[in-house]
Design a protein. Sequence first.
Length: 260
Amino acid sequence: MCLVFFSVKQHPDYPLIVVANRDEFYNRSTKSAGYWPASPQVLGGLDLQANGTWLGITTEGKIGWLTNFRDPKNISPQATSRGLLVSDYLTSSQKALKYLKMIERKENTYNPFNLIVGTIEELYYFSNYKKGIEKIAPGLYGLSNAFLDTPWPKVKLGKEKLSAILKKEKFDTEELFELLSDNSSPPDYQLPDTGIGLELERALSSMFVKTQNYGTRCSTIIMADNNNRIFFSERVYDPQSTDFITNTFEQEVYLGQALK
């Protein structure tokens, strides 16, 4: 997962809205979103190479997502898969804050990451590149491959687009998918310098990424309404064409059982 925008208590009908793109190598084996056979309360995609996930939610209202923190000089091939940070939380009985404190104690076993976990009522942010665990206040946020709300051009653009959509009393989910499909690139002088070189910075600068062997594999929308209903829709892209498949789920969330 490389780009996430989320709204906390910014729309009268939806206390939580999450819109996200997962960028990954095309040859990395992945299972599209669904309920997990071994943990049927969990809804999300699966990385079949390491058995983790980038984004998921449970029928009890637990939710989590992850982005990589881009620092190419500090990557270890022996590190524990970062996708397990999300899947382990979703399948555990631990509360979010206790779980993150446990992760904090072993943060150096993972490559650089940003992690947000909690429930649809209460979220926390933690990065192993930054001290401390932060509780997410109501607001509109963007997260790419730097710290939460770092104003990279695509983060600023996505937040502006999402803010405009949320000002409407009613909006269509296609507007959110259209936001995530924006492939415009900023001028070079606005690009971050993360140590990967200008050509690759350009390739990764748009919200929707498409290169020869790496790009946006799927887009996901999660919306939690005031009636304990979750709307989850994942759009999976064919890297060889403009085709896609959309899988949509709606479920009840048992907030009385949700762990915070």
